[in-house]
Ligand binder design. Structure first.
Ligand code: ZN
Length: 132
């Protein structure tokens, strides 16, 4: 398992971590297999989406905020970050990418995003690469 540290710098943020995952693939020396990327936090997630137009991640964050507002008089969770927990579950805490010829098989317009919903914080991403 490879652990990568990430420092987020906004309250909500989609951070492109594709390069970090590529580094992990290089370190593993596995040329054919699968990379599992796992976020071990309850207020952050992981997703794969558009890497070219930054307005896509902006729009995604805005839509998530509209669907799950930060404050609501009905929330009961004592930490006050119910919305962050909800968004983390909506996007999920892991993803997988196939590796061939030592390269992640992402589409041209795909990037792997760490999804911060209660930052800024020091975070970590766990990457496990299995060969076949
Ligand atoms: Zn909480």
């Amino acid at each position: 398992m490879i652990t990568k540290s990430i420092a987020t710098n906004k309250h909500s943020q989609l951070l492109n971590i594709t390069r970090l995952v590529e580094e992990a693939v290089d370190e593993s020396r596995i040329s054919s297999g699968v990379a599992t990327i796992f976020v071990s936090h309850t207020t952050a997630g992981i997703t794969i989406n558009e890497n070219a137009d930054p307005d896509v991640t902006r729009d995604m964050l805005n839509l998530l905020e509209r669907m799950v507002p930060w404050s609501d008089p009905d929330y009961r969770h004592f930490e006050g970050n119910t919305a962050a927990h909800m968004k983390a579950s909506m996007l999920g805490n892991s993803t997988q990418v196939i590796i061939e010829n030592g390269q992640l098989q992402l589409g041209t317009w795909q990037g792997i995003y760490f999804c911060e919903f209660d930052g800024p914080r020091q975070r970590k991403v766990l990457i496990k690469i299995l060969g076949n």
